[in-house]
Write a protein that binds this ligand. Structure first.
Ligand code: CTP
Length: 402
């Protein structure tokens, strides 16, 4: 499957280096040509000879050891690769890359590289959650690096948690999918922003106003976008769902935070899918202390939140906007009204009282309505399948009207 593909594997120093040997073997078995570059700390765990035997190629670790006088090794290797994998990637290496430091062979190659670079981190769970590491990951993501998220499980340090290098078989699957599908993926090279889940508006430190949105439809839309090749940013209110692999997840709480996060990514977005059930009102006053009960009735004065989608519609340039209309009566009429008033390109009309769909359900039944009034009803189906079909229809129709 990977015949003729050239993969440069940069191995940095952690106990997961042993898995990188298996990774080279699996990539070679799939037909790829593999060259390996090691950091000096990686060599503390596994000898270069293991990688040399598995890859049937020289292994590189010294920037100044020029094996061939006609080329400069770090430039030559960077240019050679169709894809560069860094696996395992340590917290230290992530920090170096995020700051443009090139003080060894792998980091110097990465600064010279123009090929896509995928980073597969592996480290202790607390290191992975350290604000400095998260900051560096964010920066690298913005610089265009892709991440193969570490999985959860027993870590060599004795902890159970996120930080374990993704299994070599899975990494090969991702590489395979990338090469085999990227040519005809309908959203390759596109940036898709998806919002999902409810927003939560605080009343006091122990109470809030929210809604029943489970986030399932939005998460399914994000997963479908990433599978169709898009760089996908998922801006999510509080839900109990696992983030789809390959998306950049941004967790927010309130409508105001969602607005800020969406605006951060709006400029460069090709599509914005607003599946979130955004609160229309929030308490005018958020109390610092828990409100005490009193005799008689109580009321909370509410103020309007900003309509995020309407704000986006008013600032729209080249972006395609897709809204959801959650309705309980006259769904199509209200949905079409929202399409118009928010300046959307499509609206997905969702009767949340339908027994086959709605909040919390794994399935949904919707009608996609486009700007020119074309209605496309979708029968009840699993939200994951529905999300794929919806995005496919949107992209196809979008191409026709370009
Ligand atoms: N929306 C938004 N910001 C808000 C409210 C809604 O961006 N403050 C978006 C939702 O994400 C959805 C669309 O607008 O894509 C329609 O949301 P919905 O809750 O169905 O309708 P509202 O516009 O809030 O109108 P109403 O509550 O009166 O039905």
């Amino acid at each position: 499957m990977l015949a003729d593909k050239k993969i440069l594997l940069c191995v940095t120093g952690g106990i997961a280096v042993y898995k990188a040997v298996v990774l080279v073997s699996k990539l070679s078995q799939a037909g790829a040509q593999v060259k390996v570059v090691m950091s000096r700390s990686a060599m503390q765990f596994v000898q270069p000879l293991s990688f040399q035997v598995m890859s049937r190629n020289d292994v590189y670790w010294d920037t100044f050891d020029e094996k061939e006088s006609s080329v400069i090794a770090h430039i030559d290797l960077a240019d050679w690769a169709d894809l560069i994998l860094v696996a395992p990637t340590t917290a230290n290496f992530i920090g170096k890359l995020a700051n443009g430091i090139a003080d060894d062979m792998p980091s110097t190659i990465l600064l010279a590289a123009t090929a896509p670079v995928w980073i597969a981190p592996a480290m202790n769970v607390h290191m992975y959650e350290h604000p400095a590491v998260l900051r560096n990951i964010d920066r690298l993501y913005e610089d265009g690096y892709r991440f193969i998220e570490p999985s959860e499980g027993f870590l060599a340090c004795g902890y159970v948690g996120k930080g374990r290098l993704e299994e070599p078989e899975r990494i090969v699957e991702l590489v395979d999918a990338y090469f085999n599908e990227s040519r005809d993926l309908p959203l390759a090279g596109k940036k898709v922003v998806v919002t999902a889940g409810p927003t939560l508006e605080r009343i006091d430190p122990v109470r809030y106003i929210s809604n029943f949105s489970s986030g399932k439809m939005g998460y399914a839309m994000a997963q479908a976008a990433v599978e169709m090749g898009a760089e996908t940013i998922l801006i999510s209110g509080p839900v109990s769902l696992e983030s789809p692999k390959g998306v950049k997840l941004i967790c927010i709480e309130s409508a105001a935070e969602m607005l800020d996060a969406v605006l951060d990514y709006y400029q460069d977005a090709d599509y914005v899918v607003k599946s979130a059930a955004v609160a229309d009102y929030r308490p005018m006053t958020v109390h610092d202390q828990k409100m005490k009960k009193k005799d008689g009735t109580a009321s909370i004065e509410l103020e309007r939140t900003t309509d995020i989608l309407k704000t986006l519609g008013a600032q729209k340039t080249t972006q395609r906007l897709i809204g959801f209309a959650a309705e309980t009566t006259d769904a199509l009429t209200y949905g079409k009204g929202k399409l118009e008033s928010k300046n959307l390109d499509w609206i997905i009309v969702n009767d949340v009282t339908d027994p086959n769909g709605g909040f919390g359900s794994d399935s949904n039944v919707v009608t996609l309505v486009s700007r020119d009034g074309v209605e496309h009803p979708f029968p009840a189906m699993e939200k994951k399948e529905l999300a794929k079909q919806l995005l496919k229809a949107i992209v196809q129709e979008g191409k026709r009207s370009l």
